[in-house]
Ligand binder design. Structure first.
Ligand code: GLU
Length: 473
């Protein structure tokens, strides 16, 4: 049997982080089994299902790197097929027309409430002769659900879960206006798409019983289900806006890499021994639902950031430059030149070691592309203001000008000699250089910076500082 999974989001305007994890689990399960991963947009809520809201789901999945097989199925477009299945069930006597008016149903519910009974449709039209039907009265179509016995689900995550059939009333399949209900659409679509495994949030577990009944009534095989616990916030409450961003796009904007996000989302509810860093290739190899947890996992921003730092250090330098280029262009108010792009890529090793997100990376890389003269931050300005410092800088600059080979080793050698002559530690000479070249007191290793900036730019930046009048402190 070929495994077929699906992700079936309802458009809400963004791809929810929990949806991203559901998609990831379905994708991994399909890829692990060499199966297919399908996408279905549940766009029956017409008001919310705008083109932009649908596009946001595609974008989110594409960014996460979760590719789906074939064309995405649009649920609303299949409404006629859904209705056809309901009509077929009617013809076979497995569903029936219910002519209860909304007023009647309200009265029944109120009575049940008053008696402290569970509120369930009591099957009024289930066995009534259709000739009793009032003329020209709208009707809904309900499933003739079993009234005795149990519906049992062997859930791959939750284990065996069961419900007494008397607790489930005859659900509506077609509304009075002829439109299919959500429950009908999901079952028909999953069946028609050949879905073998339904992996989704455990908020859908109760739906699974009714869906199983509908499959059986239709004579279809019930897919295997796996309901994964929802994601909670760090405080244990269901993840909500007050915990932080909910949309996958917001994490992209905050500077996280998709591979870090995949690793992080995987660990939210799934484990492989003590492994924290799990590449996508490993995840595909290892992913089964036996290792999915049953209790809700808590979102941990610090862990995500730490993972991101790891993946960022591993990432290709040219790729990272491409990823921070738009952020730098925004700060500069113009696109980067080719020379600047090359410079950033050359400096990336030193930069990426220090930054945990792309936002931090862009911030720390900015000095490489800022125009001269640099504006020094307060700490750097203070260092430069010391006359000894200026003297050392001038000395360094004069000797560096003589270099035939401009690289980190030759530059460091000059600084070492100078420090020895002056009876100083190397750092004492390096720090003013950092202030002059990066405009700050933190930067990648300074001789690496000088090599990346090149002779002309480095000498220029040191010269700017020496030429400038002493800042008043
Ligand atoms: N459209 C549903 C949702 O977004 C998912 C339905 C399902 O997975 O069966 O929550």
């Amino acid at each position: 049997m070929t495994v077929v999974t699906r992700f079936a989001p309802s458009p809400t305007g963004f791809l929810h982080i929990g949806g991203g994890r559901t998609a990831l689990f379905n994708w991994l399960f399909a890829r692990h089994h060499g199966g297919r991963f399908l996408l279905r947009i549940e766009d029956t809520d017409r008001a919310r299902s705008t083109d932009a809201a649908v596009a946001a789901i595609f974008d989110g999945l594409e960014w996460l790197g979760l590719d789906w097989d074939g064309e995405a199925v649009m649920q609303f477009a299949r409404a006629e097929r859904h209705a056809q299945v309901a009509r077929q069930l009617l013809d076979e006597g497995k569903a029936y027309r219910c002519y209860c008016t909304p007023e009647e149903l309200t009265a029944i519910r109120e009575e049940q409430r008053a008696k402290g009974l569970p509120m369930r449709y009591p099957g009024i039209w289930r066995d009534r002769d259709p000739s009793d039907a009032p003329a020209n009265t709208p009707f809904v179509v309900r499933l003739k659900a079993p009234t005795e016995g149990e519906t049992v689900i062997a859930d791959l995550v939750q284990g065996e879960v069961r419900v007494a059939n008397e607790q489930l009333d005859d659900m509506i399949l077609l509304r009075a206006d002829g439109t299919p209900t959500y429950m009908l659409s999901v079952v028909v679509d999953d069946h028609d798409m050949g879905v073998t495994h339904v992996i989704r949030g455990d908020d859908h577990l109760t739906n699974a019983f009714r869906q199983a009944q509908l499959y059986r009534a239709s004579g279809w095989e019930v897919p295997t289900v796996a309901h994964i616990p929802l994601i909670h916030g760090p405080d244990g409450a269901k993840l909500s806006k007050r915990h932080g961003a909910l949309g996958v796009d917001a994490y992209r904007d905050m500077g996280y890499l998709p591979e870090a996000m995949r690793n992080y989302l995987l660990r939210l509810g799934w484990s492989h021994g003590d492994d924290e860093i799990i590449s996508t290739e490993q995840a595909i190899e290892w992913f089964t639902l036996d290792s999915a947890g049953r209790s809700p996992s808590r979102f941990d921003f610090a862990k995500l950031t730490q993972l991101n730092g790891h993946y960022q250090r591993q990432a290709d330098n040219t790729r990272l430059t491409g990823l921070i280029a738009p952020r730098l262009a925004e700060k500069l108010g113009r696109p980067l030149t080719e020379a600047e792009t090359d410079r950033l890529t050359a400096g990336m090793i030193g930069l990426k070691d220090r930054a945990k997100t792309l936002v931090e990376l862009a911030d720390s890389a900015l000095f490489y592309v800022l125009p001269r003269p640099l504006t020094l931050d307060d700490k750097a300005a203070k260092i430069i203001a010391e006359s000894e410092t200026r003297n050392d800088l001038a000395q360094f600059s004069a000797r560096a000008a003589e270099l035939t080979e401009w690289n980190r080793e030759t530059l460091e050698e000059i600084a070492r000699t100078l420090a020895e002559e002056r009876g100083l530690k190397l750092g004492k000479v390096a720090q003013p250089l950092r202030a002059a070249l990066a405009g700050a007191t933190v930067s990648p290793p300074i001789f690496e910076v000088m090599e990346v900036l090149g002779r002309e730019e480095s000498m220029g930046r040191i010269g700017d500082v020496l030429d400038s009048s002493l800042p008043s402190l």
